[in-house]
Design a protein around this ligand. Structure first.
Ligand code: DGL
Length: 275
């Protein structure tokens, strides 16, 4: 029997980045928390803006797109860990992506468990994309953690567009937020909602606006803190070395991308390129 010497334990390349993936700017809400946990980590942020919005696509389209892209991205960029910073992609494609990629993958799970622990009234609202709210993954989380609560769901594609617009610096009509709040409030029991799960990574970027639309007495919860903790745990003890400004990659070069420059810079992404 050969006993491995310490030098034979594979070590991670200290310059290898974390790769965060979303359809658009939503994953920046996750990146924000990852930065707090691991300020020294080099990051490549990938926005599949050519595929945005995922929420309007079929399960088959999303699964094919996400696995294909992540396969090419990991081959080309050799990240030490991939975070699918998108609820839609995670609830649909996480298992199949994990099957084909060797790199550790952290997904984004709708924060139903902490919401169930937080609610006093027992009525929880869940805002996600149309694709996310119909997933059996969400049904399972509801059955496991919120069986004795009422979970009201609403698919809100308008909010994805609103978050994208906000980060470009465009004005957004406040009616967009009011409509999302009303869609949950008007469901049976909806007047008692005291906790809202932001089950789309775009939505924490517009939490202030949503909070104003729901009014006082409503708390918001999303999965980003848990993701940051999980990434810190999985990379524990690894060395980090950032040699150049972090990179934002887009799958389609378009004029809108240039207008995101300030928001990207604010999240520590100093370079923009097309993949
Ligand atoms: N940010 C994504 C999510 O967390 C989806 C937005 C979209 O492409 O529809 O679900």
């Amino acid at each position: 029997m050969t006993i491995p010497s310490p030098t034979s334990i594979p070590s991670v390349d200290r310059t290898a980045p974390l790769l965060l993936f979303d359809s658009g700017v939503g994953g920046l809400s996750v990146l924000r928390k990852v930065r707090m946990a691991l300020p020294q980590a080099p990051v490549i942020y990938v926005a599949d803006n050519a595929g945005l919005p995922y929420g309007a696509k079929t399960e088959a389209q999303i699964a094919a797109r996400v696995s294909g892209l992540l396969g090419r991205l990991t081959e080309r960029l050799a990240p030490r860990l991939v975070c699918i910073a998108c609820n839609t992609a995670s609830t649909i494609a996480l298992a199949s992506v994990r099957e084909v990629l060797e790199v550790p993958i952290v997904g984004t799970v709708p924060a139903i468990k902490p919401a169930a622990a937080m609610t006093k009234t027992g009525v929880i609202g869940l805002l996600g994309t149309e694709a996310t709210i119909r997933q059996s993954y969400v049904d399972r989380l509801e059955a496991e953690f919120a069986a004795d609560k009422r979970l009201l769901r609403h698919g809100a594609p308008e909010l994805v567009a609103a978050a994208e617009a906000k980060l470009r610096g465009d004005a957004v009509d406040a009616q967009v937020y009011a409509r999302a709040a009303a869609a949950l409030r008007s469901q049976p029991g909806g007047e008692a909602i005291d906790t809202v799960v932001l089950a789309c990574t775009h939505f924490p970027l517009i939490q202030e606006e949503l909070s104003a639309a729901f009014g006082p007495g409503v708390s918001f919860i999303d999965g980003s803190d848990g993701i940051a903790r999980r990434i810190a745990f999985l990379t524990q003890g690894q060395a980090w070395d950032r040699r150049e400004p972090d990179l934002a990659l887009f799958t389609r070069g378009e004029s809108e991308v240039n207008r995101l420059e300030a928001a990207l810079e604010a999240h520590g992404l100093g370079r923009i390129a097309t993949f």
